[in-house]
Design a protein around this ligand. Structure first.
Ligand code: ADP
Ligand code: MG
Length: 322
């Protein structure tokens, strides 16, 4: 989301009106957290995918269905939540049965895979747009937020970065890759993997977390401003796939890893004393993780390559396919 949209939310919506005492966390994190009992928090998030803005118009229906659910489950993962329920608000230009069959089977498949139930929604006519609201549960006090990081904490990411941004460049014809790499990279764009098990494993281990939807630099910026810290980011430690490195020069790959969107990997911080616990926790869920930096006092991100400072102008991610 662009900074002007964050300003809009702050101006018109954040903290306005009656504030209930059971809202543990309102606007400003990956999910809202609501105290539904003494022992359980309900995590709630909503994300919309608009055709031609958040996905190219010729995206397969199966990919639209998968991605709409997966990006919402990714926000639950970022809080350490167990995913439970989704609702689906669907705006369609016309009722195309073939499209709907593909779309619906992908929604059902991803819900089944993560043990989530579709419990409601809304169906309207208009330009294609898919809104999912996802809800999950967290034991009270075990939530991960953007605001708990401290100077000295280590910075980690799951998976690899930049693949989806290159996948988008491929489907738009701005880049070319070998057919193996093409399939992998476009798959990373269209079928993101929400890191739900990793998120839950990070409870009590990570000091802060966010999911990477708008690029590492932008989403790290949210942790830094919520936690009042700065960060040193180690470019030589960025996890880059063989497909990304096999298709572009290293500096371009860094740009996509830092500024590209749609990774849906987790970015989190871990205090020095929890580093061993982290390796154990994530080994159990089979998710690769990489240490890509360390928090410090001050503000902003400093980029280092093998210990040397690098001046880098990270180009942010724009949702624009028109
Ligand atoms: P994410 O990328 O994790 O989905 P966003 O960047 O979309 O988060 O949103 C940032 C925060 O602003 C979230 O807490 C979200 O719930 C909130 N938000 C976004 N749009 C609105 C709105 N129109 N009214 C109230 N809150 C909003
Ligand atoms: Mg998020």
């Amino acid at each position: 989301m662009a900074s002007r949209e964050f300003a809009l939310i702050d101006t018109y919506f954040k903290g306005k009106g009656h504030q209930r005492k059971d809202v543990v966390l309102g606007i400003g994190d990956d999910c809202a957290l609501l105290a539904v009992s003494d022992s359980t928090l309900l995590a709630v998030t909503t994300d919309t995918l608009v055709a031609g803005v958040h996905f190219p118009l010729d995206t397969p229906a199966r990919a639209v269905g998968h991605k709409a659910v997966a990006v919402n489950l990714s926000d639950l993962a970022a809080m350490g939540a167990e995913a439970a329920w989704v609702s689906l608000a669907l705006t369609l230009p016309d009722a195309d049965d073939a499209w709907l069959a593909e779309f619906a089977s992908a929604v059902v498949e991803v819900c089944d895979y993560y043990g989530v139930t579709l419990v409601g929604g809304d169906t309207t006519r208009g330009p294609l747009s898919v809104t999912i609201t996802a809800q999950g549960k967290i034991p009270a006090g075990k939530q991960l937020t953007r605001s708990g990081a401290k100077p000295g904490d280590w910075l980690y990411v799951t998976g690899t970065l930049g693949d989806a941004a290159l996948g988008l460049a491929l489907v738009q014809g701005r880049e070319q890759a070998s057919s193996d790499h093409h399939e992998f990279l476009v798959g990373r764009l269209n079928y993101p993997t929400p890191r739900l098990l990793a998120g839950q494993a990070l409870r009590g281990v990570a000091s802060s977390a966010i999911d990477i939807s708008d690029g590492l630099a932008s989403d790290l910026g949210h942790i830094l401003s919520a936690s009042h810290c700065g960060a040193n980011l180690f470019l030589d430690k960025l996890p880059l796939s063989q497909a990304l490195l096999g298709t572009m020069a290293l500096e371009s790959a860094w740009q996509l890893a830092l500024g590209g969107g749609d990774d849906y990997e987790l970015l989190f911080t871990v205090p020095e004393a929890q580093k061993g616990a982290l390796d154990t926790a994530l080994a159990h869920c089979g998710v690769k993780h990489s240490c890509v930096g360390q928090l410090r006092g001050g503000e902003g991100i400093s980029y280092l390559n093998h210990g040397q400072t690098v001046e880098l102008d990270v180009r942010g991610y724009e949702h624009c396919w028109s």
